[in-house]
Structure formats: structure tokens, C-alpha cells
Design a protein around this ligand. Structure first.
Ligand code: IDP
Length: 148
């Protein structure tokens, strides 16, 4: 089953949105397989956002993501990578549809509440950066028989 890396960014944690965001993924039918509240180091931030290292906002982005705790998660389910991106909404909250997480809770691209992997390759890389294999649990959820 497909897995993706989802992170409530510092603004989402400070604004008490962890529960709201977890609830949306739970209610959709996805299964939480790992989670932790953590403070990201500069080295991890620079590696995670490595594809943006030449962008003018790279310093702002890594500075922001290391400024306060984040809530890192791994979610599993059919088509979870693409579906989570739809649930998050467009990168810039000004363009995110209402009903999406960024559309409902964000106003600016720098503080857009949530991160989610954008491809299977990113998901594998990001899960590996933030979690050990042993942090991820495989357990039965009886509700799955009513979802699949
Ligand atoms: P994504 O988070 O939707 O995948 P990316 O293009 O990978 O979007 O950008 C990573 C993050 O960088 C965004 O979520 C956003 O917070 C931040 N970002 C993107 N563009 C800008 C910008 O122009 N100024 C400040 N931050 C930006």
C-alpha cells in the first residue's frame, strides 16, 4: 500500500491545527503509520528542501521550518500521495480551493500550514529522512473492510 510523508509546519502547530489536520486524513480513510512532534535541525531542513537550494526563498524557508516544532507523519492508503496533495491544496493559499487545508487555513505561501510529498520518489526519500523503518507500524484497522 502506498505511503506518504505529511508534516504540519511550525505555523500549523502554533495555530493548533494538528488535530484538525490529523482528523481530515483519518476521516478520509487513510491509516496513520508513524508520527512525531520534532524540532528540525538546519541540516535536515536543507536536505529536505534540497531541490530549492538555489531559489531566493531558500533561506527564509529553512529558517521558518526550523523556527519551532513540526508534527511529522507517515500516512498510508490507496493513492495517498496524490490524494493528500489534493487535500492540501495549491502551494500558494491565495490559489488553494476553499475546502482544502491551505485554502481553509492559510493566507501566504511562506506560511502554508502543511507539507506533503509530491511523488512516490519524494515520499520514499522524505519518509527515510524523518523516520527509521522501526518507527513505522503495521497494524490492523477493522474499518478498512468498510473502505476497500
Ligand atoms: P509544495 O510545498 O506545495 O510542494 P514547493 O514548490 O515544493 O511547494 O515549495 C516548498 C515550500 O516552499 C512551499 O510549501 C512554500 O512554503 C515555500 N515557498 C514556495 N515558494 C515560495 C516563495 O516564493 N516564497 C516563500 N516561500 C515559498
Amino acid at each position: 500500500m502506498e505511503k506518504t510523508f505529511i508534516m504540519v509546519k511550525p505555523d500549523g502547530v502554533q495555530r493548533n491545527l494538528i488535530g484538525e489536520i490529523v482528523a481530515r486524513f483519518e476521516k478520509k480513510g487513510f491509516r496513520l503509520v508513524g508520527a512525531k512532534l520534532m524540532q528540525i535541525s538546519t541540516a535536515l531542513a536543507e536536505e529536505h528542501y534540497g531541490e530549492h537550494k538555489d531559489k531566493p526563498f531558500f533561506g527564509e524557508l529553512t529558517g521558518f521550518i526550523t523556527s519551532a516544532p513540526v508534527f511529522a507523519m507517515v500516512w498510508e492508503g490507496e493513492n495517498v500521495i496524490a490524494t493528500a496533495r489534493k487535500m492540501m491544496g495549491a502551494t500558494n493559499p491565495a490559489e488553494s480551493d476553499i475546502g482544502t487545508i491551505r485554502g481553509d487555513f492559510g493566507l501566504t505561501v511562506g506560511k502554508n500550514v502543511i507539507h506533503g510529498s509530491d511523488s512516490p520518489e519524494s515520499a520514499e526519500r522524505e519518509i527515510g529522512l524523518f523516520f527509521n523503518e522501526s518507527d513505522l507500524l503495521d497494524y490492523n484497522k477493522d474499518q478498512n473492510q468498510w473502505i476497500y
